[in-house]
Design a protein around this ligand. Structure first.
Ligand code: G3I
Length: 384
């Protein structure tokens, strides 16, 4: 397939969607919530978590799903963000699976809507994620290596030109490590690796830097936190990759550590601090990018479970907030009922009476013990 000047190549239009489909995809209503919700009548006078964090230079945020604005609780959902965060991360809007569900279609409406919400409410935007060898629509798995290479370039260019100057941080590459694929460097198998080898990472970051020099460029990884063999393999493999990328001068500004903590895993946060030290020694800043607590192994009793979740947040954040390389902390949603863990539990065990309680607010957007644990950790962190 050739990719000559636009207009010659129907395949390019077929693959990426021509201007017409681009225009069609962006005609949509706008959902913004004015700052007045911050002063919603009856809103407690308590300082928001994002405001407390900002006093020490920490950008505190949460992932955001624009479809939640259309639910019966949409206004309360938005108000919870305006009260407590200074940044939002696209949980879905900037993923290939949403943007390009089929070849020849690009659906920018959810991304536009999130960019608009963040701009109108003066929130920093973390765009997650340009290149991920997972969660890809089937049609991408059917492309040849050459087409994948061109998709990486065209996709990155389309998004970063459209949102230039509006995105504070891009998760340029997500989850490059996957030990279960048993590949060299424990790299994750997928179309981008098949097409370009490990070089897909450098290609993406160099292109991203050229497209928006104002944005922070982040490489984001999961499963580096636990005190077990899996955590050790992830930390070792990811650190080795970070060293290779640094040695090649790949323009990465920050390392994203997802921190999906789990009640059924062991943690030694002194070991994790050592990992943070090693990342910082390479000259990277650190973003905690997807913090939540899977409470499935904590007691069924909600009071005890909430206390255990709060304690794990406190222990983790006490170590993380004391590390000067950490400049951003993002939760993976704010309220229990909008967590991916709740959606997953509803799908997997629809009849179970036990619902996950992983986050800071309950399903009435009321503060839980976890919220107060995070507030304390932020207030008690060493001043910067
Ligand atoms: O909205 C549709 C709904 O209409 C449909 O009925 C339903 C059918 O199952 O699917 C719904 O979309 C789902 C979407 O979440 C919203 O709930 C998608 O199938 C599902 O794949 C999607 O899962 C997301 C997942 O990433 C894959 O993109 C989760 O919400 C999201 O929290 C999760 O986030 C990932 C990070 O990107 C990377 N790190 C791990 C983290 C958790 O897995």
């Amino acid at each position: 397939m050739g990719w000559g000047p636009a207009g010659q190549i129907s395949r390019r239009a077929a693959l990426l969607g021509g201007a017409a489909s681009l225009a069609a995809a962006t005609a949509t209503g706008r959902h913004a919530v004015s700052a007045s919700l911050r002063s919603e009548p009856g809103a407690a006078a308590r300082l928001g978590l994002g405001d407390i964090a900002a006093r020490n230079g920490i950008v505190l945020g949460a992932s955001f799903a624009v479809h939640e604005l259309d639910t019966p609780y949409g206004a309360h959902y938005a108000a919870a963000y305006l009260a407590d965060v200074r940044s939002v991360t696209s949980e879905l809007s900037f993923k290939m699976s949403v943007l390009r569900p089929t070849a020849g279609v690009i659906n920018l409406d959810p991304a536009d809507r999130l960019v608009d919400f963040a701009a109108r409410n003066r929130l920093k935007l973390r765009a997650h994620t340009l290149v991920w060898n997972d969660d890809l629509p089937d049609w991408i798995h059917r492309l040849g290596p050459g087409e994948v290479e061109l998709l990486l370039e065209a996709h990155t260019t389309t998004l970063m030109e459209r949102y230039r100057g509006k995105v504070w941080a891009w998760d340029v590459v997500n989850e490059p490590i996957a030990p279960w694929d048993h590949l060299p460097g424990n790299l994750r198998k997928g179309p981008f690796l098949t097409a370009l080898g490990e070089g897909y990472i450098a290609r993406a970051f160099h292109l991203a830097r050229s497209l928006d020099p104002t944005a922070l460029l982040v490489i984001n990884e999961a499963q580096t936190e636990t005190d077990d063999e899996n955590g050790r393999v992830f930390r070792t493999s990811f650190l080795a990759l970070l060293k290779r990328l640094r040695a090649k001068g790949v323009p990465i500004d920050a390392v994203g550590l997802q921190a999906h903590l789990r009640s059924d895993r062991r943690y030694d946060f002194a070991v994790f601090k050592g990992f943070l030290d090693e990342i910082a020694a390479l000259g990277y800043a650190i973003h905690i990018t997807e913090l939540d607590v899977n409470d499935s192994a904590f007691p069924a009793d909600e009071k005890r479970r909430d206390a255990a979740v709060a304690d794990l947040y406190r222990r983790f954040l006490t170590v993380v907030l004391a590390h000067r390389a950490v400049t951003a902390v993002t939760f993976w949603q704010l309220a229990d009922h909008t967590s991916w863990l709740t959606y997953m539990a509803r799908n997997e065990s629809p009849n179970s009476r036990r619902r996950p309680r992983p986050l800071l607010l309950d399903d009435a957007f009321k503060r839980k013990p976890a919220w107060f644990a995070v507030e304390s950790a932020l207030k008690e962190m060493p001043p910067r």
